[in-house]
Design a protein around this ligand. Structure first.
Ligand code: DOR
Ligand code: ZN
Length: 347
């Protein structure tokens, strides 16, 4: 059988994006907006977007930063804290400001210091979300320093997520950027109200990438990449055709000096070649026919949003990813920097 050289799919959406703010927002938003029709925008700004008013103002700044003529739609999220007001969340959802709310366990990752210290405190908010059908997006890692960093996702499932799913059987939950076979097993075992996003980087590399010949800050993100067996489980889930798994890049730009530092930031900037990066994986797995479901259908179906009607074309074509890109008066190193990518999205 001839290899497919061109693939046309419904235009995709990205269900997990960090666009930042200010100059960085202006520099990075076009990369996401040219590939995706819509994106779920993470609220971990400094200070975080914890109210509908703050999210609405942030959405205005995103619109203002978009290139002329862009039809990109940012879908905003509420950063949950110990003192989130259920009425504000529900009103924001009803008014179309919020598409979902994000649960960061306090101190789990970048700008999560104001996150939730105890999920029990969130119950009134979660009950309300369950009633109105508003999705909860979860950064699924425990934060205890005595739990090995490579175990934090699996322990989160045992200690927090499984109880939450039992207590809130109708709450729509997206387990974000899953990294383990335990997460895949968990999501597979839940009802249709529990889904997961998978990043391109967790499909491409395992934890060895962080230590290949020396410490590699550009392969560091949270949740940190795990062993090979976990990467393989994620690949299997992504290409399975299951409506529970969908595209969420977790593109997370940091200036080069913040990554290449004695205490480097977590995050991988994969927006410039995101769809191509996923296409490589699906191609390697002989599953290009499943890319459209993962990239363009499962996400909107889960969120209860219409599918995009326009289409995009990917061509089998070698592209060399730049070593770095200009952003906010500085440089950012993109995912796949200096490597060949075998696909190119046609513009
Ligand atoms: O690697 C990550 N970077 N993981 C996160 O959860 C947050 C993100 C960021 O905001 O930089
Ligand atoms: Zn993220």
């Amino acid at each position: 059988m001839n290899a497919v050289d061109q693939l046309e799919i419904r235009r995709p959406d990205d269900w997990h994006v960090h666009l930042r703010d200010g100059e960085m927002l202006k520099s990075v938003v076009a990369y996401t907006a040219r590939q995706f029709a819509r994106a779920i925008i993470m609220p971990n700004l400094s200070p975080p977007a914890t109210t509908a008013a703050a999210a609405s103002a942030y959405r205005d700044r995103i619109w203002a930063a978009l290139p002329e003529g862009s039809d990109f739609t940012p879908l905003m999220t509420c950063y949950l804290t110990d003192s989130t007001d259920p009425d504000d969340v529900a009103q924001g959802f009803e008014d179309g400001v919020f598409a979902a709310a994000k649960l960061y366990p306090a101190n789990a990752t970048t700008n999560s210091a104001h996150g939730v210290t105890d999920v029990a405190r969130l119950m009134p908010v979660l009950e309300r979300m369950q009633t109105i059908g508003m999705p909860l997006l979860v950064h699924g890692e425990v934060t205890d320093s005595d739990i090995d960093i490579f175990d934090r996702e699996a322990v989160f499932i045992d200690r927090i997520l499984s109880g939450l799913v039992q207590d809130m059987p109708d709450l729509k939950i997206v387990f974000e950027h899953i990294t383990t076979s335990q997460a895949v097993e968990f999501v597979d075992g839940c009802g249709a109200n529990v889904a997961a996003t998978i990043t391109p980087h967790h499909l491409h590399f395992n934890r060895n990438a962080i230590f290949a010949g020396g410490i590699r800050p550009h392969a560091y993100c949270l949740p940190v990449a795990k062993r090979e067996q976990h990467r393989l489980a994620l690949r299997k889930a992504a290409i399975s055709g299951s409506p529970k798994y969908f595209l969420g890049t977790d593109t997370a730009p940091h200036e080069v000096h913040a990554k290449e530092s004695a205490c480097g930031c977590a995050g991988i900037f994969n927006a410039p070649f995101a769809l191509e990066s996923y296409a490589m994986v699906f191609d390697e797995e002989n599953a290009l026919d499943r890319l459209e479901g993962f990239a363009s259908e499962h996400g909107p179906n889960f969120y209860g949003l219409p599918l995009n009607e326009d289409r995009v074309v990917l061509r089998r074509q070698t592209v060399i990813v730049p070593d770095d890109l200009e952003a906010a008066g500085s440089r950012i190193v993109p995912f796949h920097a200096g490597e060949d990518i075998g696909w190119q999205l046609q513009f």
